[in-house]
Design a binder for this molecule. Structure first.
Ligand code: CAA
Length: 259
């Protein structure tokens, strides 16, 4: 598949892939095709044995300014139901490998929801996060009311969703929405640094651990604990676990093969 609205480098760095949203004139507004392209690229990278971590980024001015308003403007409720665009988002959420959002500039509406659908967020100091849908007389539809509230708590989420106010990268960091805030010149490098740390680990343990952390988002404590335990036991079926523990005992660096 050739992509029109994204650029993909599967070996951006060893074991690390980069997906760059590429509709700069429209501030990377997420039209339906762009979302399909992200879904397709993530699926391919998820099934590529050489890839251990994926970064999604935009450009300095915008990660993404939301779903494409021009594409939705004249739609009826039934049109939206039939298009069922959020099925694409559910697929994106199913990516097994860790996905990091590297964010600069506007990260709004569906853009903020896309970043929150990723596993971690590294932002530049110039990033602005917001759910301004209310100003269009709609509301977040791609998980914003749920993921934002779980990440930053009720007070701030309620204010952002009901007023549409933007928060700075520093506020986003202080409220627990993002992992890092760094100068604009290095936000992508910083995301790569984080990705490299992840790529050094056993891909099997990483997959099971990611699944388990996400379970904390999706379920009650007891179900989450049960799920975690199962995945913990499963780690012991891998060669990587033997290698990791053996390397510790032998005081050497482990070499993980994803087996
Ligand atoms: N959809 C479609 N086009 C968009 C867009 C969007 N979400 N955001 C920006 N654009 C377009 C603008 O229309 C403009 O195009 P033209 O040059 O053809 O006029 C171009 O991108 C540049 O934008 P601006 O001139 O507005 O740039 P600015 O710097 O003055 O303002 C901004 C930047 C504050 C981000 C402003 O563009 C803005 O408010 N955008 C909309 C943000 C928004 O409401 N997002 C939520 C969308 S709904 C949603 O996401 C639903 C969901 O939950 C899935």
């Amino acid at each position: 598949m050739t992509y029109e609205f994204i650029l993909v480098e599967s070996q951006f760095q060893p074991h690390i892939s980069l997906i760059r949203l590429n509709r700069p004139k429209e501030l990377n507004a997420l039209n339906l095709q762009l979302m399909q392209e992200i879904k397709h690229a993530l699926y391919e990278l998820d099934n590529n044995e050489d890839v251990r971590c994926i970064i999604i980024t935009g450009n300095e001015k915008a990660f993404a300014a939301g779903a494409d308003i021009k594409q939705m403007e004249s739609k009826t409720a039934i049109d939206m139901l039939k298009i069922d665009q959020f099925e694409t988002w559910d697929q994106i959420r199913k990516t097994k490998k860790p996905v990091i959002a590297a964010v600069s500039g506007f990260c709004l509406g569906g853009g903020c929801e896309l970043a929150m659908t990723c596993d971690m967020i590294v932002a530049s100091e110039t990033a602005k996060f917001g759910q301004p849908e209310i100003k269009l007389a709609i509301m977040p539809g791609a998980g914003g009311t749920q993921r934002l509230t779980r990440a930053v708590g009720k007070a701030l989420a309620m204010e952002m969703v009901l007023t549409g106010k933007f928060i700075s990268a520093q506020e986003a960091f202080d409220s627990g929405l993002i992992n890092r805030v760094v100068p604009e010149e290095i936000y992508l490098d910083e995301a790569v640094k984080l990705a490299k740390e992840i790529a050094q680990q056993s891909p099997i343990a990483i997959r099971l651990a990611k699944e388990s952390v996400l379970k904390a988002f999706d379920s009650g404590l007891q179900e989450g604990l049960f799920f975690e335990r199962k995945n913990f036991y499963m780690c012991f079926a891998s060669e990587d676990q033997k290698e990791g523990m053996n390397a510790f005992v032998e005081k050497r660096k482990p070499e993980f093969k994803g087996k």
